[in-house]
Design a protein around this ligand. Structure first.
Ligand SMILES: [Zn+2]
Length: 398
């Protein structure tokens, strides 16, 4: 497990994130040839390298957990690889000094900017992008000042901003970034990453070359899981079903059982308490909050996990993922009620879904899905966790 230094130079072989959905955010640095199901995007990036027509600003967009950040790092590796033959093919060698430094998260010219918690908000702050007038520059240098300097090791500097949309990237930080995007130094490549490009500043979007990442077909997810050679066939089927095309999520779930344990605990509790109706709202809200705050990140967070603030910070990061799991349950209940049981996702809970589905109407379930998605958005926008979860369960329970 890695730990991000402030705004990004890294230490370790996997890259994790400060953004929401951290259950599914374990990212290894690989070359293009090892990335699944994004052939179109990768073909375009390779062509740009081979033809020496790499632009200065890219927008990688598409759903969470499908390889946007992994591809951004693979691109950074290919751009800086010292092996001429690998570069001629538009990929990296994975062996040279530059590739090795990037793989261990220690290349001085490659930086990933992710949100940090300041003043109760989890955002990429403006001082990550530029130094305020009259202040001493921070260390490491904010993006704009750093971009003005020549690369220390590599051929070019690569900055990855993830997420590049609000609320993770604040408006003032986005505006400061815009100035660099308008006049990028020749040795700089900026990659904006977003699962919600509609929540980005339109001026940022318009200055980037957009590349859309897509969900993988289920056979491709199965193939990626089988290559691990660590799972029984029924585990492969179950994880591939739950992944809904998100290969990154599937690989993280396969290698970190905690993700599946948390899902199991949540769905069991929902199944147990749902028949109690609104009386169970508080307990379910508490259960969600506790599960989200008690993830297995202790090694990363260290002593910090003991403070309430950091527990809340972890909870806020994990809750969107848990709410997605809850939404998958509600969607399955709706499919049960609508008579389409074959399309259900939570295949290991079919008797429970049949039993619960018999008690609810399609309209109630549709409204419930909207409520869960609204709660997810509220939490991503820094709303109070307990109040939001209690409100959500009061709406959801009959
Ligand atoms: Zn290399």
């Amino acid at each position: 497990m890695s730990r991000l230094c402030r705004w990004g130079t890294l230490i370790s072989t996997t890259w994790d994130t400060q953004e929401s959905g951290a259950f599914c955010r374990i990212i290894s640095v690989v070359s293009f040839s090892q990335i699944y199901a994004q052939d179109q995007v990768i073909a375009q990036l390779r062509r740009a390298i081979v033809e020496d027509q790499v632009g200065h600003a890219f927008l990688f967009y598409g759903p969470e957990g499908i390889g946007k950040r992994t591809t951004a790092l693979a691109f950074a590796m290919a751009l800086n690889c010292e092996d001429a033959a690998a570069r001629a093919g538009g990929d990296s060698c994975g062996q040279c000094r530059s590739c090795r430094l990037i793989a261990v998260g220690n290349h001085p010219d490659i930086r990933v900017f992710t949100p940090e918690t300041t003043g109760g908000k989890t955002v990429i702050p403006i001082d990550a992008i530029r130094t305020k007038v009259g202040e001493h520059p921070a260390h490491p240098l904010p993006l704009r000042e750093d971009a003005a300097l020549k690369p220390m090791e590599g051929r070019c500097k690569v900055y990855i901003i993830d997420p590049a949309n609000r609320p993770g990237l604040q408006e003032d930080a986005g505006n400061a970034l815009l100035l660099t995007l308008e006049e990028p130094p020749p040795h700089v490549v900026i990659i904006l990453v977003s699962s919600r490009p509609t929540a980005m500043l339109p001026t940022l979007v318009s200055r980037c070359r957009p590349l859309r990442f897509t969900l993988a077909p289920r056979p491709e997810v199965v193939r990626a899981l089988e290559v691990l050679e660590t799972l029984a066939p029924e585990q492969v089927t179950a994880i591939a079903g739950l992944a809904s095309g998100r290969i990154g999520w599937a690989l993280a779930a396969a290698t970190h059982p905690r993700i599946l344990e948390v899902r199991q605990a949540l769905l069991q509790e929902v199944d147990r308490l749902l028949p109690s109706g609104r009386k169970a709202a508080l307990r379910l809200a508490e259960c969600l909050h506790t599960l989200a705050a008690s993830n297995g990140d202790a090694a990363v967070e260290g002593e910090e996990t003991k403070t309430k603030n950091s527990a809340d910070r972890i909870a806020r990061r994990q809750l969107p993922e848990l709410l997605d799991i809850l939404a998958s349950w509600w969607r399955d209940l709706l499919l049960t009620v609508l008579g389409q049981p074959a399309s259900r996702m939570n295949v290991d809970f079919l008797p429970q879904l049949d039993r619960q589905g018999a008690r609810l109407s399609a309209i109630q379930l549709q409204d419930g899905l909207h409520t869960i998605m609204r709660a997810k958005r509220l939490i991503e926008r820094n709303a109070n966790i307990d109040l939001t979860l209690e409100w959500m369960w009061m709406q959801l329970l009959p």
